[in-house]
Design a protein around this ligand. Structure first.
Ligand SMILES: Nc1ncnc2c1ncn2[C@@H]1O[C@H](COP(=O)(O)OP(=O)(O)OP(=O)(O)O)[C@@H](O)[C@H]1O
Length: 344
């Protein structure tokens, strides 16, 4: 449905987004991850037609977002990091205004606004002035404005940033529901959000895509070492030499990295730079010596660890390209930009 074909946006010699190349299928919820300044917002602005790429194409069902702008952009909904709200308007007048701006047919506008009020849990508050709403409710109004024209593709820039845990849960549930009818690309710094919401993850670092896959497949690609913890019932003086001798005898040596004894149980951690999963061999080794394994767990790297590995350099420094902040657009600029005009 969405295709980014070698898309780049160069701000200066090193800042920007370089050769971004990926596709999204209908119905996917894709998480977009990266450290501050990695290029998430820039990529999202190019997808939504607000920024014109320096090179490459953004295509929605084969049509260019930038060449066949208005029609293509009417199929995209965008919630920027700071939703483009007018604080002095009521929710109702704001949604009516956005419905008009997004070319919802006049005879449908009232029905569509009502639908948004009820879908986003705003019914009963329609007369409330936006500035008096909590951040979570402002986010709902922003989301309502982003989907009022029933876009096929929804682009959400850090939709849960700055919300309290209850509001985060509410917005996540809403996004999950929206995923039933929309294709969703969402950027976030909250990694568990990706595991719970997204079928696919794109990790971007210094303007380049460094990983693309399901959270599970990213885990298995990155987990190319063998790390297990196990608890064995028996005497440490038997268990430890047995495991050490076995580990030493393997081609890809498995090493005992720690052990503890307590109440007749021995807890061990084993490591190897190996692709092979040695759990079955370990089971038979200890079973033959009548040493029961009470627990055996393969430790995979969490998404947090993978993210850290992909986005830090060898010295452990975060690869942030951020050295200037984006100008904050006025609501009108954002809305107009979504409607059709383009920035640089
Ligand atoms: N209009 C602009 N002019 C100059 N440089 C810019 C502009 N917009 C973004 N940049 C630079 O491009 C890089 C990517 O910024 P971008 O805002 O896309 O990152 P991000 O991944 O969204 O970061 P964050 O997580 O902090 O929101 C940064 O180095 C930023 O300073």
């Amino acid at each position: 449905m969405l295709r980014l074909d070698q898309v780049s946006k160069t701000f200066d010699s090193h800042r920007g987004v370089h050769h971004m190349d990926f596709s999204m299928e209908r119905g996917e919820i894709v998480g977009f991850l990266g450290p501050n300044g990695a290029g998430k917002t820039t990529t999202m602005r190019m997808i939504t037609g607000y920024l014109r790429p320096t090179a490459g194409k953004v295509l929605l069902d084969g049509k260019s977002v930038h060449e066949q702008g208005k029609i293509v952009r009417s199929r995209i909904g965008y919630l920027p990091e700071t939703p483009p709200l007018y604080p002095d308007m009521s929710i109702l007048s704001y949604l009516k205004f956005v419905a008009k701006l997004r070319d919802v047919p006049a005879r449908e506008q009232t029905r569509r606004v009502d639908e948004m009020l009820s879908r986003l849990g705003l019914a009963g508050r329609e007369r409330q002035i936006i500035r008096t709403l909590s951040k979570g409710y402002k986010q709902r109004v922003g989301l309502a404005g982003a989907i009022i024209h029933k876009p096929d593709l929804l682009v959400l820039d850090e939709p849960t940033s700055g919300l309290d845990p209850n509001q985060i849960m509410e917005i996540r549930n809403l996004i999950r529901e929206l995923g039933d009818n929309h294709t969703v690309l969402l950027s976030t710094h909250i990694l568990p959000e990706v595991s719970t919401l997204c079928s696919r993850v794109l990790i971007i670092n210094q303007g380049q895509l460094v990983m693309d896959g399901s959270p599970a497949s990213i885990g298995s690609t990155m987990n190319q070492s063998f790390h297990v913890s196990l608890t064995v019932k028996g005497d440490a003086n038997m268990i430890i030499p047995l495991i050490q001798a076995w580990g030493e005898g393997l081609e890809e040596k498995v090493q005992l990295s720690s052990h503890q004894e307590e109440d007749g149980l021995v807890r061990l951690e084993l490591n190897a730079s190996a692709h092979h999963d040695y759990r079955e061999e370990l089971f038979y080794l200890l079973a033959r010596s009548e040493l029961p394994i009470l627990e055996l767990k393969k430790q995979d790297q969490s998404l947090e660890e993978i993210f850290q590995k992909l986005t830090t350099d060898e010295a452990g420094e975060v690869n942030s390209g951020e050295d200037g902040s984006l100008p904050v657009s006025a609501p009108e600029q954002e809305l107009e930009a979504q409607r059709g005009s383009e920035g640089s």
